[in-house]
Design a protein around this ligand. Sequence first.
Ligand SMILES: *Cc1c(COP(=O)(O)O)cnc(C)c1O
Length: 465
Amino acid sequence: MEYVSTRGGAPALGFEDVLLSGLARDGGLFVPANWPAIAPEEIAALGGMDYAGIAARIVRPFIGNDTLDDDALLQLAQATYAGFEHPDVAPLRQIDDDTWLLELFHGPTLAFKDFALQLLGRLFEHVLARRGARITIVGATSGDTGSAAIEACRGRANLDIFMLHPEGRVSEVQRRQMTTVVVDNVFNLAVGGTFDDCQDLVKALFADHALRDELSLSAVNSINWARVMGQTAYYFSAAARLGAVGEELTFVVPTGNFGNVYSAYVARQMGLPISRLVVASNRNDILYRFYTDGDMSIAGVEPSLSPSMDIQVSSNFERLMFDLMDRDGAAVAAAMQAFRNEGSLPGAAALRDGARTLFEGQRVDDDETLEVIRDVHETSGVLLDPHTAVGVGAARKSARDGRKRIVLATAHPAKFPDAVESATGVRPAPPPHLADLLDRPEVATSIANEVGAVRDFVRGHAAAT
Ligand SMILES: *Cc1c(COP(=O)(O)O)cnc(C)c1O
């Protein structure tokens, strides 16, 4: 499989180079040159496989046989998902007549990001050993990416990881899941700014080509294609487990950077019959305004009860834009430039018209989020984390059409115990492997919201220099 940049100004690369480099050199994101198809009979047959088997089958066309043959890929997938605590890995739980939760929080850091990142850490290790290479991973997190990335990379050979988080804007549990990992190849940086500032700092480091080469910079945030790829399998597994492979399904996806819902789009491009994707936002509602009014204008980021969705510029949206603009990279590059300069995306209304047959936006504010958590607990006994509650709230706002609706449960309620307790009076307990989290020592470095400061720190601490 070859990959091309969404901005059309970088050479096509193979999987290993895309995995290791993250962002394309022209500032664009890599996407497959074409969409591999999975036939309906084969999708139906997935129902008889375990999760690792499904994952290996779905990612197969994206990874060359020279990187991993079929047996090696299956073994890698089995090792990846063996560490998940639920035997089904991604179980479904029905909460009303036509609504199911897809529980994606049984991995080591209790959020859906483990699905892709546990795979990514192993892919990195495998490819770096094969090539005799070493890399420096730099990432930005609004909370869950950081812990999942650190957990995936800790102690792995041939790589260092530097993770930027907005100081004081991630929950205590999220922060501790990062800062209590005290190993030689993990560096936590607490930035005086927002998540978007952290993301801009990372982009600035990548834009510095000399630094990028010097340190072999690589990304694990959702701009890395392998992240998107690693999330696609659970859409197939959900349809197969529901025995709904021939049916048109609706997925409701709590959304921040647009990575998870873009993975659903990829599943659909590969042949999974998805007829509706509900993009669920909190008060940071740029995507809701896009889908509803055809307007994509940047507003300030406001903290909410679902911090992993407190994002205005959703990086992965550019991948969808690329398809909506008939894969015209130069046009995407020009539109993104104008978006950066003016804070508003030109031609947004036309793009929205192209996207609206499949996508719908819904917005759920903090009060509604708490009300959903309370109501679902009362009616079904299930505790929802605030991100998942935004999804359930969005499902309720979206018109019922008789189709089965699957809401992605993106985090374990114990990751956000304060919100859950204030809504229900019940404080969710963490699973045993995280029970002593609040007692473990933390290590992090506070750093100014300045690219020079971050660059100097990374240069001073990366083993790849
Ligand atoms: C990251 C995250 C999201 C948002 O996912 P995107 O892929 O950025 O859209 C939603 N919920 C939780 C719990 C997350 O960790």
